[in-house]
Design a protein around this ligand. Structure first.
Ligand SMILES: NC(=O)C1=CN([C@@H]2O[C@H](COP(=O)(O)OP(=O)(O)OC[C@H]3O[C@@H](n4cnc5c(N)ncnc54)[C@H](OP(=O)(O)O)[C@@H]3O)[C@@H](O)[C@H]2O)[C@@H](O)CC1
Ligand SMILES: Nc1ncnc2c1ncn2[C@@H]1O[C@H](COP(=O)(O)OP(=O)(O)O)[C@@H](O)[C@H]1O
Length: 425
């Protein structure tokens, strides 16, 4: 770990402007023994550490000119780069690289953890992240309102377990009955994985409504799950009457069969998780656009989020917090905007960013497992916000454990299941 003391003793400074603040910074650096030179496209070959204090949290435009040259030079140099507050070129609010950004070995950020450090491209460029609240008092720090709460499985379980222990006298009826709907032709795996995850997170009973040809797929994978083949809304009705929580979307497809199932789900007043094609269908013109009287969790990936907002994936990724908030407000639902640094947004404006997870999760079926996890947590009585925050962290932390055990590449959605079970206990 690089400490500030070590940094002070190294010769590394860039001087690009003569503004008052920079002049003062340079004066103080020189007083501390730093040799200041005008940047001329080259950095000293013999530097053994580069301190990047070039651009800060106010950056809101693409990096150009000498600044871009300096970032390029730092990234080409063999010495490790230590970024002060934020890697230059990274947008502190959104985590977007503004044209180019420093690839830091480590970043020491001050006073507050900037959302851009933990979502989108932030984790890729900030390296090891350290935090210092400086010498500010709590009153001074509280004067800078936090944009979002950082959440992780570790942080959530520091003082209490993720889920309350069960009473000895509890039975399956106390742990909820989740009904999962989806699994069009050829997509039976999606609903089957969601159901398995729902069972493993601890739902008392798990049922599926799927295409008749997928019933055997679900039962072969998880005989504890009850699977019904459905062709019409009438066949869904009795299943809805037995359920306490719904989830709809994994492998649902976009046929009239899918619309028929979703219609039954929308008409119910049970708590619900909507994912994948259920989101694509509600995003289409003339569909249901808000759920103000109901407990609803929407779990879009950036592609689905773009459809919900009638926007583009690039727009969603350019400000993930704003996109998640816009969906939460429009649909009056809790939203998990998936991807690295999943953003959880509530219709009341609450925001959290999950810092668990790894790129091994970029494989088909991972989101289907998350749907089952969140449904299983709702079934056990968590509020939509708690189910979304705890579900996202539990899912990603399980993926981290699986990746720690056998590596990132080749990680499969079903590899998470034994770890999910460990983490809920
Ligand atoms: N075994 C099974 O049965 C499985 C069944 N499945 C079922 O298949 C159905 C179709 O689902 P789907 O998500 O593959 O299709 P779709 O909504 O068009 O999304 C793709 C678009 O989204 C984007 N995108 C995604 N993530 C992103 C990110 N992090 N960051 C940025 N962009 C991201 C991506 O953008 P790109 O970057 O590629 O342009 C692409 O355009 C659905 O019912 C599902 O349940 C799957 O679950 C797999 C296993
Ligand atoms: N690089 C990454 N880092 C952390 N989490 C990731 C990463 N890539 C994907 N994920 C997670 O994996 C899941 C993928 O969901 P989704 O795209 O809906 O998959 P699918 O539709 O195949 O089931 C989400 O929970 C997402 O947050």
């Amino acid at each position: 770990m690089i400490t500030l003391g070590e940094v002070d003793s190294h010769r590394a400074a860039l001087s690009l402007s003569e503004s008052q603040a920079r002049t003062r910074a340079r004066t103080e650096a020189e007083a501390a023994g730093v040799v200041a030179t005008i940047f001329d496209s080259n950095l000293p070959d013999d530097a053994d550490l580069i301190v990047d204090a070039l651009l800060g949290t106010g950056l809101n435009a693409v990096v150009q000119g000498t600044f871009a040259d300096a970032i390029w030079a730092m990234n080409q140099h063999t010495a490790p780069v230590f970024s002060v507050d934020i890697p230059s070129g990274l947008n502190a609010s959104t985590g977007q690289i503004m044209g180019s950004a420093v690839n830091a070995e480590s970043t020491l950020t001050f006073i507050g953890l900037k959302p851009g450090l933990i979502t989108c491209d932030g984790p890729d460029v900030c390296g090891e992240l350290y935090f210092d609240k400086l010498a500010l008092s709590k009153v001074e720090r509280d004067a800078v309102p936090a944009q979002a709460q950082r959440v992780s499985y570790y942080l959530l379980t520091q003082d209490a377990p993720l889920l309350m222990p069960r009473t000895r006298n509890s039975h399956k009826g106390h742990n909820g009955h989740a009904l999962l709907l989806g699994g069009d032709a050829g997509l039976g795996g999606a609903i089957s994985m969601a159901a398995d995850a729902c069972c493993r997170v601890g739902a008392g009973l798990t049922s599926c409504a799927t295409r008749p040809e997928n019933v055997s797929v679900v039962l072969a994978r998880r005989p504890e799950c009850m699977a019904a083949g459905v062709n019409s809304g009438l066949e869904v009705q009795p299943l809805l009457e037995r359920a306490t929580v719904l989830a709809c979307g994994p492998g649902l497809g976009r046929t009239s069969w899918a619309e028929l199932l979703l219609q039954q789900v929308i008409q119910s007043d049970l708590p619900v998780v909507l994912d994948a094609d259920a989101l694509n269908i509600i995003a289409s013109p003339g569909s249901q656009t808000e759920f103000s009287e109901r407990d609803v969790v929407l779990t879009p990936h950036p592609g689905e989020a773009a459809r919900l907002l009638d926007s583009t994936i690039a727009d969603v990724q350019s400000d993930r917090l704003a996109a998640a908030t816009a969906i939460a407000e429009t649909y009056h639902a809790v939203v998990i905007l998936k991807g690295h640094g999943s953003v959880i947004a509530g219709p009341d404006g609450r925001l959290a960013i999950c810092t668990d997870g790894n790129p091994g999760m970029g494989t088909g079926g991972m989101g289907d497992v998350l749907t089952g996890v969140v449904a299983g947590l709702l079934a056990q009585g968590l509020s939509p916000w708690e189910a979304a925050v705890r579900g996202a962290c539990l899912h990603s932390a399980a993926a981290d454990m699986a990746a720690d055990s056998d590596g990132v590449r080749g990680l499969l959605a079903t590899d998470l299941l034994p770890y999910i079970r460990q983490l809920v206990n």
